[in-house]
Design a protein around this ligand. Structure first.
Ligand code: DLZ
Ligand code: SF4
Length: 508
């Protein structure tokens, strides 16, 4: 009996679990562009275009490999505009009574498939280096879950950067070498730009027509949408940027949107690239002497350690994860997250490039927009939905634990043992934004004081009960206690003024 094989927009891998379990001579692949997936958050236009164009190219790839593909275009008048609706429509068309799927990367869609009025077998997504069950075993009985220990196990398991049973170079982690501020370099590499072919051109017009009010700039559209182009982008990164990636991975420069970052996560997260292959490619660059160990270890840790670790947390914790609000934050997300209309130069740079590219690198996301949301006490659900909407690589399994756990420390400390709160001094050290800012990063109080400086103390004081006993934060509380009363009063008064302006929707 014919079965339907569901392939979602982030499952574009020829040997994804559902395809492996199906029979190309008998079964029908269902791929569907649907409004329900395009609107659960106001996704960036480039993100929607990436997914739909990559889906259309992948459908071609499957047809060439001998599959029958029932593909629903977004503007097909018969399109029911939901994944389950399209499965039911295709089931009737093809006389199918069952569906094979690869478990989606989001609880919402897993539940929809579980409750669909047709049996859907959800097979484990094995495009990851650790299975959900393996992670649960590792986590079982541990008092706290720390990426570093999980990462070491993954190094041993895969043999990546190992020298026998010891880490290559004698250390597991070279993060200490990876905190250099960058200087503008005439020869800074650019991520690979790709031509828009006929299929993609049609998708761009479709996105303009069907999602006219969605966030972000659609054009110029330069992403890869085919596997071979994504691979070419990876090869370019390994050659041109990886050698410097380590040193400058935390740096920010005005006008430099990508620095030495790979800008491959959007391809990796929709299945155009394979995580193990990327790690092996990076390791090969080290072994051949083309990239130093600190860069290659740092890069591999992001994929083998961090990416797998947070996926483990998301599925271990269950559907309630996105409701977590461990610090009781309730402020509304300021409008400048959407339009970059702020005098804070660092935030303006991060949000502007997000509008243009659906991309910002990890320190912009963590220490600029994220740090601001943490310090100002913005409701985690709103911050989470913003990140999920605006970044091309954002799917809930990866985005939610990064934002709710790492950025906002709202998951009760599952992802991190302390919040990444920082004053303007951190941004000043790692970037050149402060020089051109209306605010003065050196001013701790006064009209021109950097808002990060004021909100930083306000945050620490609001949560003194929770963090006062944390040895890694004790120093900051001692600094506060030693401050003169006038200084304390001024800081608190001015932080309250900034928060009032935020609440009133005034420009800051
Ligand atoms: C993000 C997205 C968008 C915008 N559109 C579609 C779509 O039309 N069809 C589809 O199959 N998938 C889409 N996606 C990706 C899904 O939202 C994603 O598979 C789930 O969130 C699970 O990670
Ligand atoms: Fe950002 Fe403050 Fe520096 Fe301005 S002064 S760029 S707000 S850190």
């Amino acid at each position: 009996m014919v079965k339907l094989v569901l392939v979602l927009g982030d499952q574009l891998t020829p040997d994804v679990a559902a395809l492996k379990a199906a029979d190309p001579g008998r079964d029908v692949v269902v791929m569907a562009e649907v409004r329900e997936e395009g609107t659960y958050v106001p996704h960036h236009a480039k993100k929607i275009a990436l997914i739909l164009a990559a889906m259309r190219h992948f459908a071609e790839e499957l047809r060439e490999a001998g599959w029958t593909v029932a593909y629903s275009k977004l503007d097909d008048p018969d399109n029911s505009q939901s994944i389950v609706g399209e499965l039911l429509r295709r089931a009737e068309e093809h006389g199918a009574e069952a569906v094979i799927a690869t478990a989606p990367g989001e609880h919402r869609l897993r539940e929809k498939l579980t409750h669909a009025p047709i049996p859907v077998e959800q097979r484990a997504d094995d495009r990851f280096l650790a299975t959900e069950a393996e992670f649960a075993d590792w986590a079982e009985g541990r008092k706290s879950l720390r990426m570093e220990y999980f990462y070491r196990e993954m190094r041993r398991k895969t043999g990546l950067l190992m020298d026998g049973d010891q880490p290559e170079g004698g250390k597991w982690n070279y993060d200490h070498d990876n905190r250099k501020p960058a200087k503008g370099d005439l020869f800074m590499p650019e991520p690979r730009h790709h031509q828009v072919d006929e299929i993609t051109a049609e998708v761009l017009e479709l996105v303009e027509r069907e999602y006219p009010d969605t966030f972000g700039e659609l054009r110029p559209f330069w992403y890869a949408v085919r596997r071979r182009d994504a691979k070419a982008a990876a090869t370019k990164f390994m050659k041109e940027a990886l050698p410097q990636f380590g040193d400058y991975q935390d740096a920010m420069l005005e006008g430099e949107k990508f620095l030495y970052h790979s800008v491959l996560s959007m391809y990796l997260n929709i299945g155009l690239l394979d995580p193990l292959e990327l790690c092996q490619q990076a390791e090969a660059a080290y072994r051949s002497g083309d990239a130093p160990l600190n860069a290659v270890e740092g890069y591999i840790r992001q994929i083998l350690g961090w990416r797998e670790f947070i996926r483990g947390i998301y599925f271990l914790d269950g559907p309630g994860y996105t409701e977590r609000n461990g610090l009781g934050a309730s402020r509304t997300l300021p409008g400048f997250f959407w339009d970059a209309e702020t005098d804070m130069a660092c935030i303006r740079a991060a949000v502007s490039q997000t509008i243009e590219e659906a991309y910002a690198h990890h320190i912009q996301r963590l220490m600029v927009t994220g740090n601001f949301a943490l310090l100002a006490g913005i409701a985690p659900k709103e911050v989470h939905e913003w990140y999920l909407a605006v970044y091309a690589d954002a799917f809930e399994w990866v985005e939610a634990p990064n934002v709710i756990g790492m950025v906002l420390h709202a998951d009760g400390g599952m992802v991190g043992s302390k919040p990444y709160a920082a004053s303007g001094a951190y941004i000043d050290r790692m970037s050149d934004h402060c020089g051109g800012c209306r605010y003065r990063v050196k001013d701790k109080v006064g009209e021109d004081a950097c808002p990060f400086n004021l909100l930083y103390w306000d945050f620490l004081l609001r949560h003194r009960e929770r963090f006062g006993g944390n040895p890694r934060m004790a120093q900051m509380y001692r600094t506060w206690d030693r401050m003169k009363d006038e200084g304390k009063d001024a800081r608190q008064r001015e932080a309250a003024r900034i928060l009032e302006k935020l609440d009133a929707g005034e420009r800051i």
